[in-house]
Design a binder for this molecule. Structure first.
Ligand code: ZN
Length: 712
């Protein structure tokens, strides 16, 4: 894939004009423009990777001109960067650091922060000093796949010299930070002094086993040189690089029951994560595009997978190597469970081996650095299963996708490097130093751990008022949300409010077949299920004595049986997830949460079909609490009343209020607290129940107080 030069003078001008109105100078506007161009190309930059800078002038409070370096701030992504994503650091004090012989990381960060023009800015990039020391106005840095395929060759210096000649300074691998900045600067100075004629143009710098820098006197020059260098690298590689992150998410597992092993695997990994004090549950991102499959089938897969990361930066997202599992045998889930159990047994052994090896890696290297490092969890972030694909692991769907993208970049780099010669990236020690470098770990950000992070929550009737409120409340609590509704349009509307990774599914909940299909989709998207919020319901009116069977059966089908079908499917997943945790007192378990109604306790005249089915649902909740408690499954319900929603719409409220001689407001707040109960109150009650670890078989009433409907 040849990278195209996307520079447009017209677009650049437009951005200059736009930011001028906000007081941003031309240099920084152009810096923003070309940084975004680089960020739009996953072949070069992914997920906060790469960094860019411009040297410009700003004014202080006294109106004096100050020379500054505007350099990418941590936490910003080049693809979506804004001018404040390149915080300004006073340049002169940074340049003074060139004269030191060494500088600790802490001092480096402190001095960079101290010289920020705006103290509220994020930390400048860990590569700030390199940007500062090189005497160019614009500097671009990427971890291009094509370049890394060459820079990760065993004789990369010779290879790069042959391809790039005197266009590029070639710097051996040194960990980012002060030492690298100083070495790069010194090598640059030496190189420059050796350039004999003015025709020879120095375009950039290759950092072996790390990435590439280009520079220029203006944004266009530096950016264009990056494209030129990357394309030159690409042309030198026999294999064509084609990174396709999007289509690889299309999965087709229709052919067999293989996909059913996924929740078992999720449970195994989650159980180990809990034991190792890392996150509580993991979310999967499964990819199986042609390249991944091609890679997974290589006869030397195991050896290749231990070679290392494509650029050291990646280690914090993917660990140094993936876990390689055996091929999954073809089996029939219902009649050939033995085959699956054998595979699962081997999988557990492979995981244990991976963890032991990680432990050795940590202990050996920690000893080397004086036992000062704090142990990170020993679990993999990527799993490769031959002919099946790659599973990326994260504490959220988002972080799993980041790991998957980086996994694909790694495979691309490795295959391309092997097609040219041999993939020999940074060694184990250097990888460890980066993985356990505090400045690198800081990139992951302070782990906010909302109560339901890593959990997959299904909400039925998600398109309705209450279902939508529940979905939003659980999304805010950190969960991944599956919005199920018979109406896909409203399901999608709710999903849209629950982040980019929420899933909307159209499903007739009275059909076991459709429920099974929906669960397959959920497993393939997230890896499993943790909480079912069975909320969908129907309120059909009519006096019992003249009710035809159709109405009663329909009520029972939607208000009772569908909840039962969903619970059965959820329990299947919960049990699969706990397959390896049977002897463990910390079962992952699961939760069943039902929306029963006040009608279950206090029937209303003319609502028999509704009340009877809801009473049965209450009994269903208790039965599941009784039968599944020992599996760590909690079963609870919310008893709500008089909520403005699809079941009690404006028209109904108007009529009921009128028949009671009340205003609508009086009718809606006709409870002991004289306060209208809203969908959000119901949603919060579900969230509250989800947190009560010692509560099962319970009814939580949310009706503002109704003496006749009190459970006891
Ligand atoms: Zn870098």
């Amino acid at each position: 894939m040849v990278c195209t030069n996307k520079w447009s003078d017209n677009d650049a001008e437009k951005l200059i004009d736009k930011y001028k109105l906000k007081g941003v100078n031309k240099d920084l506007a152009l810096r923003t423009y070309s940084a975004r161009l680089l960020g739009s190309e996953p072949e070069m930059v992914l997920h906060g990777g790469g960094n860019t800078s411009v040297k410009t002038v700003t004014k202080n409070l006294f109106g004096e001109n100050i020379n500054v370096l505007c350099v990418k701030g941590s936490g910003w992504d080049l693809a979506t960067i804004e001018p404040e994503g390149h915080p300004a650091v006073e340049l002169t004090p940074l340049l003074k650091l060139k004269n030191l012989t060494s500088l600790t990381d802490e001092d480096m960060v402190a001095i960079q922060r101290k010289n920020l023009i705006d103290p509220k800015s994020p930390n400048p990039s860990v590569e700030t000093l390199l940007h500062a020391f090189l005497p160019y106005k614009f500097i671009d840095h990427t971890h291009s796949i094509a370049l890394l395929s060459l820079a990760n060759q065993p004789d990369a210096d010779k290879v790069c010299l042959k391809i790039f000649g005197k266009e590029m300074v070639i710097v051996p691998y040194v960990m980012p930070g002060y030492d690298l900045a100083k070495l790069a600067y010194e090598m640059h100075e030496k190189f420059k002094s050796n350039i004999s004629s003015k025709q020879e143009k120095l375009k950039g710098m290759i950092l072996l086993k790390h990435g590439v820098f280009t520079f220029g006197e203006n944004a266009k020059e530096s950016y264009s040189r990056m494209i030129e260098v990357v394309n030159k690298a690409e042309q030198a590689i026999p294999r064509q690089i084609k990174l396709d992150l999007i289509s690889s998410r299309k999965l087709d597992f229709n052919k067999n029951d293989n996909y059913k092993i996924i929740p078992y695997l999720r449970g195994l990994i989650s159980g180990e994560l809990v034991k190792n004090g890392a996150f509580k549950r993991c979310i999967f991102e499964i990819r199986n595009d042609q390249k991944i499959i091609e890679f997974s089938k290589l006869s030397n897969l195991i050896e290749l997978s231990t070679r290392g990361v494509a650029t050291p930066d990646h280690v914090i997202r993917t660990k140094a190597s993936p876990l390689i599992l055996d091929e999954i045998p073809n089996f029939n889930f219902d009649s050939e469970k033995n085959k699956m159990h054998d595979w699962l047994k081997r999988t557990k052994e492979s995981l244990k081996k991976y963890m032991r090896e990680y432990q050795h890696y940590f202990e050996f290297n920690n000893q080397r650095v004086g036992k000062i490092k704090k142990h990170l969890d020993p679990l993999p972030r990527l799993i490769i299963i031959p002919k099946f694909g790659m599973i990326a692991i994260g504490n959220s769907k988002k972080s799993a996708c980041v790991a998957a993208d980086i996994g694909q970049v790694w495979i691309e780099t490795l295959l391309s490097a092997e097609s040219f010669g041999e993939f020999r990236p940074v060694n184990e020690q250097d990888t460890f130093d980066l993985e356990y470098w505090s400045l690198e770990q800081a990139k992951l950000g302070i782990q906010k751990d909302p109560v339901n992070s890593g959990k997959v929550v299904i909400v039925t009737g998600a398109g309705g008022t209450i279902g939508s409120a529940i979905s939003k409340v659980f999304y805010k609590s950190g969960a991944e949300i599956v919005c199920i509704d018979k109406n896909i349009i409203t399901a999608k509307e709710t999903a849209k409010m629950c982040g980019e990774n929420a899933l909307a599914i159209e499903c007739d909940l009275t059909s076991r077949e459709e429920i099974e299909k929906a669960f397959k989709e959920i497993i393939l998207k997230y890896g499993g299920v943790d909480i079912l919020i069975s909320n969908a319901g129907i309120a059909l009116p009519g006096e019992l004595y003249e009710m035809n069977d159709e109405i009663l059966l329909k009520s029972l089908s939607i208000n009772l049986l569908s909840h039962h079908y969903l619970s059965q499917q959820s329990l299947k997943i919960f049990k699969s997830q706990d397959y390896f945790n049977q002897n463990n007192k910390d079962l992952l378990g699961g939760q069943l949460l039902y929306n029963v109604s006040k009608q279950a306790l206090n029937p209303g005249k003319g609502f028999g079909a509704y009340g009877i089915s809801k009473s049965a649902l209450l009994a269903l909740m208790k039965q599941y609490a009784l039968e599944e408690g020992h599996n760590g499954v909690r079963s609870n319900c919310v008893n709500a009343d008089r909520i403005k929603s699809g079941l009690l719409n404006s028209e109904m409220i108007k009529n009921r209020a009128k028949s009671r001689g009340l205003t609508e407001e009086e009718y809606m707040s006709g409870n002991l607290l004289n306060s209208e109960v809203k969908a959000n109150d119901v949603a919060k009650a579900f969230l509250y129940l989800s947190k009560l670890k010692k509560t099962t078989g319970s009814i939580l009433t949310v009706d503002g107080g109704n003496i006749a409907a009190m459970p006891r």
